[in-house]
Design a protein. Structure first.
Length: 576
């Protein structure tokens, strides 16, 4: 009974094992055919295809009947496209063989992951190999696109960093050129140093002189020991050869790039055999040529030279060099304009000084003869004649004051003014000034008031210049006051003395108040002026006050008068 129940309970022995095996194979077949995008290929030990799933058909366009029985080495799989023996051996030894590569079959091309593993029977005997192929083409394209995007991003970042470095260099260069010097040679030298600090191994700066000749003005090299050799390039003016690249950029106003400098170009650049030898020794494998242009005028050019043939200059380098040259040209032009202005200013000051001296000599003679006549040496003088002589002397003194203003201004402009310190009292200084101004105020019937406090206080200063400041302020007040009073007040405030000059004159329009201290400036037009003068009095007064470590302040109302306050230290500064 027991054996019967066992028999009816289900298959036993070999039949049960076969059933289990069949079911497992059936399940694996179903799974293999459901794995889309995966080619699953089973081969025997000789490499002949025994199973070809739906995924293999889809990838290869080979149906199972075309593939089964073929040697897997004929299917073009990477690693298996020659002989499969070595791959199968590695798979048996290592348990698996894996690789990646292109699978090209029937005009199709895939990037695949390939895995080969050995198959064993239940008894442990090798029966064949299982090859699994996964299509990774989409991933490869994604990876390539990602890498391309990363490269583009890296390029953009690199360009941004390069742009930032260039901008920082140009900003620094502008600052250095602006602060280096207002002297042309100093500015050109700064340009040469800037060029070799970033752009070139060595450089030559060319400038156009007043004679329109193009000369090598400055050279620079990254290695200081090569400077002596560089000096040989400064020997002679540039010969006007039509092919010279510097002359070309000067004519066109456009920069030029020579990524690879030839021997012929070296001969053109050199001005003599000695200079050619110097260029060869310095080395010049790549070069840039940029014009120096400012305000529409070409001032010269600059050569940037590189010695490494593996690093030729690029268009980006040329743009940076051209921008540096443009900024340098503005600095050079500013230096030239400043030098021209200085020359013109010196010429003006020299002219004013010469004319003033020449005018003062006969004027002193006029005043001397007027005094002699007035004293009666040449005969008796009537009262009317004495009055006329007084007017002559007053006019001469006025003219002498104008001349003295011009001379003082000329000395200030030329830097020839020096301080002569001495001590006096506030009261004595005020008395000296009012004595000089009284004739002017009396001539206009103006009251001249003096209000001095702390008069015995001693002040140490350049008394002559302090007196000149107050005379200028008071005479200015008298000139622009038709009626009323002019007042000189003085008092001590801490370590300073304050002199205040007040008047009841026409006052100063606030719109022009900032200009009254400008030299030669006057509120009234020259052809309608009712008051004479050079327009230098207030300018000289302020500049003298600055020399004495003081200042002048203005407070004025139109129609109600003006007040000028001179503030001077009682004692000079220790460093003055």
């Amino acid at each position: 009974m027991t054996n019967t129940r066992q028999a009816t309970a289900g298959p036993t022995g070999d039949s049960a094992a076969a059933t289990r095996a069949f079911r497992a194979e059936d399940v694996l077949t179903v799974l293999a055919n459901r794995l889309h995008g995966h080619a699953i290929i089973a081969t025997d030990l000789a490499g002949r295809v025994q199973m070809w799933n739906a995924g293999a058909e889809g990838l290869s366009d080979l149906v199972a009947s075309e593939a089964i029985g073929r040697n897997i080495a004929t299917l073009g799989l990477p690693g298996l496209d020659g002989t499969s023996d070595q791959v199968f051996h590695q798979a048996r030894v290592n348990g698996v063989f894996e690789t990646q590569g292109w699978w090209e079959i029937r005009e199709r091309r895939y990037w695949i992951d390939l895995m080969v593993a050995p198959l064993f029977s239940p008894a442990g005997e090798a029966t064949g190999f299982l090859t699994v192929v996964q299509d990774r083409s989409d991933y490869l394209r994604w990876e390539e696109e990602r890498n391309a995007a990363l490269e583009r991003e890296a390029d953009v970042r690199s360009s941004l960093r390069a742009a930032e470095r260039s901008a920082a260099f140009l900003a620094e260069a502008t600052s250095i050129l602006a602060a280096s010097s207002l002297e042309v040679h100093g500015t050109v030298k700064s340009l040469a140093r800037l060029a070799v600090s970033r752009l070139a191994d060595w450089c030559v700066v060319y400038t156009i002189g007043a004679d329109r000749k193009v000369r090598r003005s400055e050279v620079a090299h990254r290695s200081p020991e090569r400077e002596e050799l560089m000096q040989q390039l400064l020997a002679t003016p540039l010969q006007p050869r039509r092919k010279h690249p510097v002359l070309a950029v000067i004519r066109t106003g456009l920069p030029e790039l020579a990524p690879n400098v030839t021997e012929d170009m070296l001969r053109i650049i050199a001005g003599s055999p000695n200079q050619l030898d110097a260029l060869r020794e310095l080395g010049m494998s790549t070069a840039m040529f940029a014009p120096l242009i400012a305000r529409g005028r070409v001032l010269g050019g600059i050569v940037f030279a590189g010695i490494d043939p593996a690093r030729p200059f690029t268009e980006e380098d040329l743009r940076l060099a051209d921008e540096l040259a443009r900024r340098a040209a503005i600095a050079i032009d500013n230096a030239r304009l400043y030098a021209d202005a200085q020359d013109a200013n010196r010429a003006k000051s020299d002219f004013l000084a010469i004319v003033s001296h020449e005018l003062r000599t006969p004027l002193n003679a006029i005043m001397g003869y007027a005094d002699l006549i007035d004293s009666g040496i040449s005969g008796q003088v009537s009262e009317k004649q004495r009055q006329q002589l007084g007017r002559v002397r007053a006019s001469a003194r006025h003219l002498l004051q104008l001349i003295e203003e011009i001379l003082s201004f000329a000395r200030l402009e030329s830097g020839g003014t020096e301080l002569e310190l001495e001590s006096t009292t506030i009261e004595a200084l005020a008395e000296d000034v009012t004595a000089l101004i009284e004739p002017l105020s009396e001539g206009k019937s103006l009251a001249l008031n003096v209000e001095v406090q702390d008069g015995a206080t001693i002040i140490t200063t350049d008394v002559g210049k302090a007196r000149q400041i107050l005379v200028n302020l008071l005479s200015n007040a008298v000139k622009f006051t038709r009626q009323g009073t002019v007042t000189l007040a003085a008092h001590v405030e801490k370590q300073h003395v304050l002199f205040e000059v007040r008047d009841t004159g026409i006052g100063i329009d606030p719109e022009v108040a900032h200009r009254i201290f400008d030299p030669f400036w006057q509120a009234e037009k020259p052809n309608t002026r009712r008051v004479g003068g050079t327009g230098l009095g207030l300018s000289i007064a302020r500049r003298f006050a600055s020399l004495l470590n003081g200042d002048i302040r203005l407070d004025s109302q139109v129609g109600r008068g003006s007040s000028f306050t001179l503030r001077l230290p009682l004692q000079p500064k220790k460093n003055s």
